[in-house]
Design a protein around this ligand. Structure first.
Ligand SMILES: [Zn+2]
Length: 377
């Protein structure tokens, strides 16, 4: 285990935790939201803006970066932090999830996954060993074990076999990561719990991961179409199956109300493309629920998108102007909506951290859902 990586729980409120991760490149206040920087960029944002809205860490995608510009090239250029000019912590995923969702002609074996690039059809291969090598070449601070993420609606026997293979891959990931010497001393490795919605399989997976030992533990295989009620039902038990003294990271989640419900259930870290992708599609998240800025009702509205939001966009621009930019397909519309959305997500995390410290997380969650226009849980 990496000695340079520490996690302190500073306060708890019910199952919710307020914590602090410390690493050589910086600290991460939890609960934390990590903006997704797919191919070495958080789309439409300067890194200064990403930092400016309050992000402590961003995510990079192994799958995208291995295909373009290539992990070896990034390493020759000084690593991902230097290449993209983001000196703060970076978490990289292992590529497993994207191979399943984006690549063509995948063939999975015990050794790994053969697939074709979705960009040019080039033949590629990912295994636990290659995924660890790529994340080392990128210079990742938090490395994710290589796993397989089956759809939650697959037959139970298939889900179980897949989970067991992911646990064998987790062990190979640990061995390959530890062989990375200098990088292994300066970075952390997280294991990923699988088992879909099944409590028994999730428990087996958690046990297998703890026997190997990781710096942090992710909950994988959720937010893949099962719906919020099923996800929350799984989160009623899954975080508690993982060690209390390690960070718990719910991968690929989610909508603002997903984050609130998951924090209430003991999750510490999140990532999702939603605030950035939605920003490019004309959707703004607000304390009163999502807004479609293309909607004609904003055309002559001089009010900000969200009167409670403290971001520079809401301080400066009217709904009418943002509606115009979005309707006209202006680049600035995507830029401003992305900045607002990323800021809103960070404001939401800060509000949850304060609510946990004050012992009023449950009240906060109920009020948030009501304001956001969601029925009570
Ligand atoms: Zn705003």
């Amino acid at each position: 285990m990496a000695e340079i990586f520490s996690f302190k729980v500073l306060a708890t409120d019910g199952k919710a935790r307020r914590g602090l991760v410390s690493m050589p490149r910086g600290e991460i206040r939890t609960p934390a939201f990590m903006p997704v920087g797919t191919g070495g960029t958080v789309k439409a944002m300067y890194m200064d803006q990403v930092r400016g809205v309050g992000a402590d860490i961003i995510l990079g995608n192994t799958y995208h970066l291995m295909l373009r510009p290539g992990a070896e090239r990034v390493a020759r250029l000084g690593g991902l932090h230097e290449f993209a000019r983001w000196p703060h912590p970076i978490l990289t995923d292992s590529g497993g999830f994207q191979v399943m969702s984006l690549a063509a002609l995948r063939k999975i074996s015990e050794e790994g996954v053969r697939f074709q690039s979705h960009i040019d059809g080039h033949a590629e291969f990912l295994s636990p060993e290659r995924a660890m090598e790529i994340q080392r070449l990128l210079g990742s601070d938090i490395v994710m074990a290589f796993d397989e993420c089956p759809r939650a609606d697959r037959p139970p026997a298939e889900i179980e076999a897949s989970m067991q293979r992911s646990m064998r891959w987790a062990e190979r990931s640990r061995t390959a990561f530890d062989a990375g010497e200098h990088h292994a001393e300066r970075s952390a490795l997280f294991g990923i719990q699988q088992g879909a919605l099944d409590e028994r399989l999730r428990a087996q997976s958690a046990e297998a991961l703890q026997a190997i030992g990781f710096d942090g533990y992710a909950i994988g295989g959720l937010a893949v179409g099962e719906g919020q009620a099923a996800m929350f039902a799984t989160l009623d038990f899954a975080p508690g199956q993982l060690p209390a003294d390690r960070p718990r990271y719910l991968m690929g989640v989610g909508k603002p109300d997903d984050l609130v419900g998951a924090v209430l259930r003991g999750v510490d870290m999140f990532d999702c493309v939603l605030p950035t992708r939605s920003g490019r599609n004309g959707q703004a998240f607000t304390w009163s629920g999502p807004l479609n800025m293309r909607n004609a009702r904003h055309a002559e509205d001089g009010a900000p998108m969200d009167a409670r939001c403290t971001c520079a966009v809401c301080a400066t621009y009217s709904r009418a102007y943002l509606h115009h930019l979005t309707k006209a397909g202006e680049m600035l519309g995507a830029v401003l909506l992305t900045e607002h959305n990323l800021s809103f997500y960070q404001q939401l995390m800060a509000a949850m951290r304060a609510a946990i410290e004050a012992g009023r997380m449950e009240r906060f969650a109920a009020d948030f859902r009501a304001d956001y226009g969601r029925p009570p849980e």
